[in-house]
Design a protein around this ligand. Sequence first.
Ligand code: UDP
Length: 463
Amino acid sequence: MYRLCRAVLQRVEREKEQMEKSQAKRRIVLAPIPGQGHVTPFMQLGKSLSLKGFSITVAQGQFNQVNPSQDFPEFQFVTLPESLPGSEFERLGPMKFLLKYNNTNEASFKDCIAQLLMQHGNDIACIIYDEFMYSCEAAAREFKIPCAIFTTTSAIDYVSCYIFSKLNLEKFSSDIEDPELKEKVVENLYPLRYKHLLPTGLGPLEPVMELRREIVNKRTASAFIVNTSSCLENSSLSWLQQELKIPVYPLGPVHISASAPSSLLKEDRSCIEWLNKQKPRSVIYISMGSFYHMETKEVLEMAWGLSNSNQPFLWVIRSGSIVNSFPDELSKMVSERGYIVKWAPQIEVLAHPSVGGFWSHCGWNSTLESIAEGVPMICRPFQDEQKLNAAYIESVWSVGIQLEGEVERGQVERAVKRLIVDEEGACMRERALVLKEKVKASVRDGGSSYNALDELIKYLETD
Ligand code: UDP
C-alpha cells in the first residue's frame, strides 16, 4: 500500500513538473541563415508555432534582415553581434562563407541565448536552427536547451548530402567517371542517381565536403523538421527516419499552413495589373530565385526564344543579376509581349489565372510554391540541389520539362510552346492540379503534414 502511494505521489509530482515545464517553456528561438529561401520558410514555421501559442524569437545576422515591425509585431528579433557582413559572401563564395559564418556565429549565438535567458527567465522550449547554422547547437548544449534542425531544402537533397558526406572523395571522384555508375540509381531512392551525389556549381569539392560533414552531423539535436510533404518525398523521408534515428517531421509546404510575408526585396505589384490583362493560362512566369546570376548571352537567347514563342511572359530580373550589364536590346525585345520586374510577389503571381507555366531554377521554395498552385514548370537548374528537384519535377511527378545544355533560342521557343500551347502541356497541368490537391490535403486537418505539425507541437511541449 505504502509503495503504491509513493508511486502515485511520484507520478503526480512528475506530471506537475511536466505541466509547469510545458506552461513555462513556450519560447522558440529560430536561427535561419540570411538568404531569402531560408528566411521565408523559417518565418512561416514561426507563424505556425506562434498560432499554437509559442513566443518566437528570431536570431538574425547583420544582413538580409526581415523587417520586424510590419508583419511580425508579435515576434522578437535579435541581431547576432559579430556575424559576418554580406560582402564576405561575394568574396569567399557560398561554401567558405557558410563555414566562416558558423565559426563567427558560435560565440555570438551563445551570447544571444545567455541574454535571452536573463531577459525572459528559463523559458526556451527549443532552438530550431537551419541545417546550415549547425554552430547554434553549441549554445543549446551549453545551456541544456533542446534543439531541432530545420531543413528548408528538399528531403532528397539532405539525403544526397548525407550520402556524399560519407564518401571517400578521391575514390568517388575517379569512380564516377564510369558512365554506367553515373546513371545508376541509388538504391530505393529514385530519381537520385550517383551522378547527383557529386556536387556541381558549388566550386572546389573540399569545402563542399567539409560543410556537408558539418551539416549532417546532428550532434545533440533531438528532432529534424523538413519543409516537405510525405505525398511528395515518401522514399527520402523513410530513409531519413531510419538513418537519423531522431523523429522526422515533414510538415510542409509551410507557406500553405501560414502566410508570413518576409520578402527581403521590394515587390513590384504592377505585374499583377499586367497579368490581369492577359488571357487565362497564357503567361509564362520566369524567375531564377534570389541569388543566381546569368550570363548576358543566355539572357539574350532566352529573350529571343520567349519573343519567338508568341506567348506573353513575366520575367523577374533582379538588379545586378545579369553578369556584365543589362543588355539594351532586351527592353526592346520584351516590350511587345513581355513584362520585366526586379522582384515579384511570386506566390500571388503563381496563383494568378493568367499564369500557364513557371520557368524556374527549381529552388525548393519555388518548386513547392508552383506545385501548391498547380502550375507546370520549365526547369533550368544551376546546381545539384536544384538538379535533384528538377529530376523529381520531370520524372517523378511529371509536371515539367527540363532544359539541358547551353540555352538556345529555338530550344526555348519549343519548350514554351510545349508547356503552354501543346497537348503535352495540358496533360502536365492536369497532373499538376492533382498534385496540388494532394499537397493541400496533406496540410489540412488529418493530413500527413498537419499531423506532423501536431506531433512537433507535442514534442516541443514535452521535451
Ligand atoms: N521570390 C519572390 N519574388 C521573386 C522571386 C522569388 O518572392 O521575384 C521568392 C520565392 O517565392 C521563393 C524565394 O524567393 O520563396 C526563392 O527561394 P528558392 O528556394 O526558390 O530559391 P533560392 O533563392 O533559395 O535559390
